[in-house]
Write a protein that binds this ligand. Structure first.
Ligand SMILES: NC(=O)c1ccc[n+]([C@@H]2O[C@H](COP(=O)([O-])OP(=O)(O)OC[C@H]3O[C@@H](n4cnc5c(N)ncnc54)[C@H](OP(=O)(O)O)[C@@H]3O)[C@@H](O)[C@H]2O)c1
Length: 308
């Protein structure tokens, strides 16, 4: 008999854009969840859903399952070392940040050495996708641990894909985000091409999104591209990190990745122009600049495919 969801004590590290919405779904689903975030104020609003906000990371070590959603491998390492700095330890850690295969393997070694089960469980989606209940996980690690974790993963989205042992989920996520970068750059190029030839962006994207080439991604990015609303969903720096992870993996496995290399440098160029504070889809502005046109918001209501 699996333990009822409410009887398992969950811990959550990192309530940034993604972590906040993910933890909110668990709290709203009635889970017993305690949270820690470096900037405490960002976690506090989750108390209204019954989550407990703790002051110090080691307080989460006595929870049964601890989730982690921070930024880079260096950040994961730092919070994990602090989590395990006392005598207590959780039964399981589920690490959801987008990190390298090597970092994930080091974490597995660190946790296994202490008898803690470990699942690598990166995600696809952004904060709005999570709110719409459409987040997906790709998971690797011991299958029995996955079966224990599955109900919680299901509560945060539309489910998970179990891809096998070890760090396999990390390479799947890295491949996914390389596609995110390359597809976004391509989407920006063709949108600017159509516009410079005289087609309004909303009309072009309306057709694309209804066509066989449209996707959940191209639909939910359309409002940003049409109305130039570049509120951050994912930062350019985090996308560059993922492109670099992809290129590192390409070198390691001797797979040429010419499109990824080019896209990575276009993202770097955007960062070099100081475009660091908005969404990564400001690649559109770079493309417009390179094409000699100035963009204006079209102020047209666009269906993002997520709002009900
Ligand atoms: N946004 C997306 O669309 C998206 C989609 C899929 C996957 N991801 C991945 O998910 C992860 C989180 O992304 P995000 O967009 O939620 O990022 P974010 O909004 O920048 O949040 C980062 C979180 O990590 C915490 N953090 C960073 N460094 C830390 C450190 N050294 N010690 C303690 N806490 C630290 C931050 O704490 P503070 O609040 O104190 O800064 C914050 O809670 C990343 O690995 C990203 O690549 C993002």
């Amino acid at each position: 008999m699996p333990t009822p969801i409410k009887d398992v004590k969950l811990g959550w590290i990192g309530t940034g854009r993604m972590g906040y919405q993910m933890a909110a779904r668990l709290a709203k689903g009635g889970c017993d969840i305690a949270l820690w975030n470096r900037t405490r104020a960002k976690a506090e609003p989750l108390a209204k859903y019954g989550a407990k906000v703790v002051d110090a990371l080691p307080e989460l070590a006595s929870r049964d399952i601890v989730f982690c959603m921070v930024s880079t491998w260096e950040d994961v390492k730092e919070v994990m070392q602090r989590l395990l700095s006392g005598s207590r330890k959780p039964k399981m850690v589920i690490e959801c940040s987008s990190i390298s295969l090597e970092g994930s393997a080091e974490l597995r070694k660190m946790l296994q050495g202490r008898g803690i089960q470990y699942l690598a469980a990166p995600v696809s989606g952004n904060a709005k996708v999570i709110e719409a209940g459409k987040l997906t996980f790709v998971v690797s690690g011991p299958q029995p641990a996955y079966e224990v974790a599955r109900p919680y993963l299901d509560m945060m989205g539309v489910g998970s894909s179990y891809v096998g042992d070890g760090e396999l989920s990390r390479i799947v996520k890295i491949c996914h985000n390389v596609m995110l970068g390359v597809v976004t750059q391509s989407l920006c190029e063709i949108t600017i091409l159509a516009q410079k030839a005289g087609v309004p962006r909303h009309a072009f994207l309306d057709f694309l999104n209804k066509s066989v080439m449209g996707s959940m991604f191209s639909r939910y990015k359309a409002p940003a591209l049409v109305n130039l609303d570049f509120h951050v969903t994912f930062t350019p720096q985090l996308l560059r990190k993922d492109m670099d992870l992809g290129l590192d993996a390409g070198r390691r496995f001797e797979v040429p990745m010419p499109l990824a290399a080019l896209t990575r440098d276009l993202i770097q160029q955007m960062l070099g122009h100081g475009m660091t504070e908005q969404d990564f889809s400001t690649l559109l502005l770079m493309q417009a600049r390179a094409s000699g046109i100035e963009l204006k918001p079209e102020n047209v209501a666009v269906n993002d495919g997520l709002s009900s």
